[in-house]
Design a protein around this ligand. Structure first.
Ligand code: G6P
Length: 622
């Protein structure tokens, strides 16, 4: 995963690099480092284990490292433990220690991705006299660039293209060559990288929030391409070293969207942004009360022809798929299968060329989801992507794109992107149902009208947050929490459980309520918290029975249901209500109290809500 940044211009680079890295810390945060060049002087490298703030303090927020051209990196360890030596930037020279300080190296660089054949490259370079000071795959690629650069006496672009042909894996690589002051060279394959164009200055970053403060004008560098960045200018090259052209794209997000805006954590800010994010996503395709998928590129004829749908995603996006499966099958009567991308890609799935594969991804960069997309395309099945990040790899490679308009999501645990993905799936289900003749006009318009009430209803749920905070404080020391529900309520339970475990480190599991008796019920002890989700009327009594069963074995019950079901208080010890809505859309409301539960338990336990241990937001490695 990891985040990379770069700057060349007239301003001091270090403060800009540190600021950019602070917006990318969600990508990894076990160590960080920067390399800065002051004029013709060699790069000065400073690295530190731990959060970015350790590095920022060492550098007096960048003031201690003069120079106008530099690179930065925040790491999520893949090869080699989190340590100063394994932190980036890495250098080509035969230095000792951890590669810090003024480095008389010809090549200094940072990398996001994985070099699969790094061992083989490392051994080759060891035989040629290079010494290695880290356990990373990155050090091999930096030294390989140096090796080709010197062996053939070629320029930076050719040294990079030769390296790209030799390495296997994925990379967003940014390097500085000692002989080319003020210049940065980048190469990209399958890992995200954008280049920002400013007046007399040029930026690079793994993701847009890192440079939004400085420019909204960005270039997307293509796969297997190289770029040369000088102050205010960018030149692109293909693998043959021939120059190619790219135009800039204007980013609509504003820089405040990537700041905390008075909230203590990004996660809470993003929970609060859900009504707006859902509204924007609705507005993007609802015109005068009807759904218009022209911007997605789906025609009625294509919709009528879909024989089956396979939804592929990871993490919370997969949970959206689980919910969408119920809604699409019921409203549009198309068979839907939902799969984890990491399973799908190795399963040799049976796909009908008349089917549709839907890939759901906030970042548009998740390695397994991207691989699943490619697998589907290779088999000739059209792919529709539901993506939040414009210009991301999944968005670029999919045949059709439904953009969710959540804006930048910074907290590692997704909230608003999840909610917009749910809405996108609801919109598809309704439109598919209408086009395929399963929904009468009146029902079609009523469903859309109800969907448009969701943003307001989410705001109403948020008003209940103090009660949830109080309840969460009671369970801050819980050992285990179980989430149960049936049908769509099971889909919500999956997401509620994931939110809980990922940010509060409390063991939690989601179970289809009817499945409890097949094993999990033996884990229920006196006081174990069980959260029942009951938003589907036809399943309500069934789930109540399951709640009663665990209660009689000592469970403490929280019930999450719709206003009107006040008898829930006879069964549950604590009840949370959501506004009434069409049952298909209840996940959009019911997920909110569960997000708040996870959040408040994490806060009560004194944990780092936005950056939970061992996780990264954008999982760009397998
Ligand atoms: C990580 C994030 C999750 C996210 C998942 C898939 O695990 O922490 O919040 O759901 O990746 O990411 P994507 O960007 O593809 O939606």
């Amino acid at each position: 995963m990891c985040g990379i940044v770069g700057f060349t211009g007239e301003k001091q680079a270090a403060p800009i690099l540190l600021d950019g890295l602070s917006k990318l810390e969600y990508r990894g945060y076990d160590s960080a480092g920067i390399a800065v060049r002051d004029g013709d002087a060699p790069a000065e490298v400073v690295k530190a284990k731990g959060r970015l703030k350790v590095l920022a303090e060492m550098l007096d927020d960048g003031k201690a490292l003069p120079g106008t051209c530099g690179l930065g990196h925040t790491r999520w360890a893949t090869h080699g433990e989190p340590s100063k030596a394994n932190a980036h930037p890495h250098v080509s020279g035969n230095c000792t220690g951890s590669g810090s300080g003024a480095v008389e190296s010809d090549v200094v660089g940072v990398h996001n991705g994985i070099i699969e054949n790094y061992q083989e490259i490392r051994e080759k370079l060891l035989r040629r006299g290079y010494t290695f000071y880290s356990d990373t795959d990155t050090e091999s690629i930096i030294k390989l660039v140096d090796y080709y650069y010197k062996k053939y006496g070629i320029g930076p672009v050719d040294a990079l293209t030769r390296t790209m042909v030799r390495v296997r894996g994925s990379y967003a690589l940014a390097v500085m060559f000692k002989d080319y002051p003020g210049e940065i060279y980048v190469a990209r394959k399958d890992s995200p990288l954008i280049i920002g164009a400013g007046e007399g200055e040029t930026f690079l970053a793994s993701d847009v929030p890192a440079i939004l403060k400085y420019t909204r004008s960005v270039y997307y560098i293509g796969n297997l391409e190289v770029a040369r960045l000088t102050p205010g200018e960018v030149h692109f090259f293909d693998l043959n070293g021939d120059e190619i052209q790219h135009d800039t794209v204007e980013i609509a997000w504003d820089s405040e969207a990537a700041e905390k805006g008075g909230f203590e954590h990004f996660m809470m800010k993003e929970i609060y942004e859900q009504p707006r994010a859902v509204q924007d996503t609705l507005n993007s395709v609802v015109k005068e009360g009807r759904i218009d998928l022209t911007s997605v590129g789906l025609t009625d004829e294509e919709i009528r022809d879909i024989s089956q749908i396979t939804i592929v995603a990871c993490g919370s996006a997969y949970h959206v798929g689980v919910a969408a499966q119920y809604v699409i099958e019921e409203l549009a009567r198309i068979p839907v299968r939902v799969e984890l991308a990491s399973e799908f890609r190795y399963r040799k799935p049976l796909l009908d060329p008349k089917g549709l594969v839907i890939v759901i991804s906030q970042s548009g960069e998740t390695a397994d989801s991207l691989a699943a997309l490619r697998e589907a395309k290779q088999r000739g099945v059209p792919v529709l992507a539901i993506v939040n990040v414009v210009g991301s790899s999944i968005a670029r490679e999919a045949d059709k794109v439904f953009y969710t308009l959540a804006g930048p999501e910074i907290a590692v645990a997704t909230t608003k992107a999840y909610s917009t993905q749910l809405i996108a799936c609801d919109l598809l289900a309704i439109q598919f149902g209408r086009v395929r003749g399963l929904l009468e006009e009146e029902r079609y318009l009523a469903l859309i009208a109800e969907l448009q009430t969701i943003p307001n209803k989410i705001s109403r749920v948020l008003k209940d947050k103090e009660r949830i905070q109080w309840f969460a404080a009671k369970f801050a020391n819980a050992q285990d929490i179980f989430f149960i529900g049936r049908g769509l309520d099971y889909a919500i339970s999956l997401e509620g459980s994931l939110k809980m475990k990922e940010i509060s480190y409390v063991h939690s599991e989601a179970y289809a309520a009817g499945e409890l008796k097949h094993g999990t019920i033996s884990l229920i002890e006196d006081g174990t918290l069980v959260i029942g989700v009951l938003t589907q009327d036809h399943l309500y009594e069934k789930t109540v029975s399951n709640m009663v069963e665990v209660k009689s074995r000592g469970a403490y019950l929280m019930g999450l249901t719709s206003y009107g079901h006040y008898e829930m208080e006879d069964t549950a010890n604590f009840t949370v209500y959501i506004p009434k809505t069409e049952e298909y859309f209840a996940p959009s409301l019911a997920v909110v109290p569960l997000q708040l539960m996870g959040y408040y338990i994490s806060v009560a336990r004194g944990l780092d809500v936005d950056k939970p241990r061992n996780l990264a937001k954008s999982v760009t490695v397998e």
